[in-house]
Design a protein around this ligand. Structure first.
Ligand SMILES: C[S@@+](CC[C@H](N)C(=O)[O-])C[C@H]1O[C@@H](n2cnc3c(N)ncnc32)[C@H](O)[C@@H]1O
Length: 248
């Protein structure tokens, strides 16, 4: 096919997607039942559907987030909104066979995929918990928390992150990352990105959701970075020592 034909087809496709993005109703912030229903449906196809995000630059995002926790063999880590478990290989490797990984999600459909992953690898130290992160009780001794592409969907993420930080052994880390509104993108590209991610529940209603602010508010921030020209963020914070109150 000629280069000009390919360009014309790509431009037409982009225009159609853009027009559809403008005309489709915004589903708004999803409640827990809607999130569960959506992700139960997505479970069997989620990994294949999300694979393209790795190709556009998020690459080793999961590995990077887990490495930032600096977990040691024998320690305990929690994965909030674990989905099908892309964090699990990194978490299991970090805490080793004597450590413990607790992975939480409210969608049985996503957890079923995570369970297959756990069984395939024979990981005996991974607990999959079906729960809403808003009600989840953190383990008593906790050395690391990760939550990727999930806490944006939880309107009460500030309270969840505050509890997670309080549950951590002082000095240990939480890594929160996901999609954010890319301020450097032109408006049409933002809308297109939103449309492409709509099958995952993304919509304009989530534009102002900024879980990294909760990491900054409740933890001592260790690092904040952006990927994909500002469309993806990763914030890592450290649990403060209650003996040494933080200076606001
Ligand atoms: C986009 S997926 C991301 C899954 C995984 N962390 C990843 O990066 O592939 C979002 C996940 O968050 C889960 N989730 C959303 N709200 C939740 C809540 N309130 N409690 C527990 N899980 C939640 C969904 O069920 C879904 O599995």
């Amino acid at each position: 096919m000629k280069r000009t034909t390919v360009l014309a087809l790509a431009a037409t496709g982009g225009l159609l997607l853009w027009r559809r993005a403008r005309s489709t109703d915004d589903p708004g912030i999803l409640g827990p039942q809607a999130v569960r229903d959506l992700y139960d449906r997505l479970g069997p196809v989620y990994d294949a559907a999300a694979a393209w995000t790795h190709r556009i630059g998020t690459g080793d995002f999961y590995g990077r987030a887990v490495r930032a926790l600096d977990l040691q063999p024998g320690e305990t880590a929690v994965d909030l909104g674990c989905g099908t478990g892309p964090n699990l290989p990194h978490l299991v490797e970090a805490v080793g066979p004597t450590g413990r990984v607790v992975a939480v999600d409210l969608s049985p459909g996503m957890l079923a995929q995570a369970r297959q992953r756990v069984e395939r690898h024979g990981w005996a130290n991974v607990e999959l918990v079906e729960a809403d992160v808003r009600d989840f009780s953190f383990p008593e001794t906790l050395h690391g928390v990760v939550g990727l592409f999930a806490l944006e969907m939880v309107p009460e993420h500030d309270a969840v992150i505050a509890r997670a930080v309080r549950a951590l052994v002082p000095g240990r880390r939480i890594a929160v990352g996901g999609l954010r509104r890319p301020e450097r993108w032109p408006e049409w590209a933002v809308r297109l990105g939103e449309l492409v991610n709509r099958p995952f529940g993304v919509s304009r209603a989530y534009e102002d959701v900024q879980p990294w602010r909760a990491v900054e508010a409740h933890a001592d921030t260790v690092s904040y970075e952006e990927d994909v020209l500002g469309a993806v963020y990763l914030a890592v914070g450290q649990a403060p020592d209650p003996e040494c109150p933080r200076v606001p």
